[in-house]
Design a protein around this ligand. Structure first.
Ligand SMILES: NC(=O)c1ccc[n+]([C@@H]2O[C@H](COP(=O)([O-])OP(=O)(O)OC[C@H]3O[C@@H](n4cnc5c(N)ncnc54)[C@H](OP(=O)(O)O)[C@@H]3O)[C@@H](O)[C@H]2O)c1
Length: 331
């Protein structure tokens, strides 16, 4: 059986990657840290890889114990943090540490899948609404996007490194915490919009993403990058309408001007970080992204290279996600 390491296994996407890898009969190693919550990593077949990614020594020590992996999905990442330095540190430096150790110990896998983000390219043109494409010049707006781009550039600079890079757009599904804030708001009868301009957005359901990533491991494609969406375009209005329909709610629409959302992001970030040490969903870095109007992307290469055929569009994905929250009395 082929051996696979999935870093960030305790996170939202990581948990689904582990499930999909088990389903495909891989010997699965879940990359976690001492403090990680293992709620969704209870399957007895899961092995654990507890390397501290900030320390090359720790990675080496753990690799020595386990031996070479056939495949690595490097999914661990900092998506929001009170300490802004952590974006670069976790998303770029830890990735570099990790790959350097793979070289130093002669443990390069057959494939190294890097989970980047659409944010690494930044938004598309708000006038033409052309979906973001591989050949566009990356222009990340947030520190998060910048750190993801830096990691991509490092990986691409390595000669003959067997990488694939995937840049998911907004990922949603059961267990997710940020879109959940919007579901709850609609449940309470409030539908919100950022700015007065129509926002064009894209999505990928977490199970379709996991299936695609695991499938990509056994393909012969190498050294290529992809944007990952469900191949459809949506607006924030459609997103809210589908949730409303599903929850059978009448709502009041609140359209907040950008300056106001920016102000709230600043206050939110300061208060949450100061009082809880945790960053809120709406924060200064996130504002830079949610204030944009074109987050469409071109994922057509996935169809060509992996016969990608998402099983979920937004309506079906939301239906399954909302059901998950409802059955746990979270909605
Ligand atoms: N969700 C999206 O919409 C989306 C879109 C595009 C790309 N992505 C990318 O997908 C990946 C997974 O995201 P997610 O949404 O699943 O986020 P998540 O739920 O926050 O999971 C992040 C994972 O990374 C781990 N991690 C964070 N900081 C770490 C550190 N300092 N050392 C070791 N591990 C660390 C976390 O471990 P703990 O559990 O111990 O905290 C967790 O397992 C990330 O690379 C993210 O950038 C996500």
């Amino acid at each position: 059986m082929k051996k696979i390491l999935i870093t960030g296994a305790s996170g939202f996407i990581g948990g689904f990657l582990v499930e999909e890898a088990l389903k495909n009969n891989y010997t699965v190693y879940a990359g976690i840290r001492e403090t990680s919550n293992l709620q969704y990593l209870q399957d007895k077949r899961i092995n654990f890889f507890k390397a501290n990614l900030s320390s090359k020594e720790s990675i080496k020590e753990n690799l020595l114990k386990v031996g070479k992996f056939d495949y690595i999905i490097h999914n661990a990442g900092a998506t929001k943090t009170c300490d802004k330095k952590m974006f670069n540190r976790v998303n770029f430096e830890f990735t570099k540490n990790f790959i350097e150790v793979l070289y130093e110990t002669n443990n390069i896998p057959d494939k190294f899948v890097q989970i980047s983000s659409l944010a690494a390219y930044g938004p598309g043109n708000p006038e033409t609404l052309k979906p973001i494409e591989e050949n566009d010049n990356p222009n990340p707006l947030s520190l998060y996007g910048k750190s993801k781009l830096k990691a991509e550039q490092y990986i691409k600079s390595l000669k003959d490194f067997p990488y694939l890079i995937f840049r998911p757009t907004g990922v949603y599904g059961p267990r997710e915490k940020d879109y959940y804030v919007m579901y709850k708001s609609i449940k309470q009868g409030i539908e919100t919009y950022v700015g007065t301009k129509k926002q064009y957005i894209s999505f990928i359901y977490v199970k379709d993403l996991a299936e695609l990533l695991i499938k990509s491991l056994s393909s012969s494609v190498i050294q290529k990058s992809y944007f990952v969406s469900d191949l459809k375009n949506y607006t924030s209005f459609e997103f809210n309408s589908l949730i409303k329909k599903n929850l059978n709610k009448k709502t009041v629409s609140l359209v907040f001007p950008l300056f106001f959302v920016k102000f709230i992001s600043i206050i939110n970030e300061k208060l949450f970080c100061f009082f809880s040490g945790k960053i809120s969903t709406l924060n200064k870095e996130k504002f830079k992204e949610i204030s944009q109007t074109n987050w469409l992307c071109d994922s057509s290469d996935l169809v060509k290279d992996f016969e990608f055929k998402p099983k979920y569009d937004l309506e079906k994905g939301l239906e399954e996600s909302l059901e998950w929250y409802k059955t746990r009395n979270l909605l």
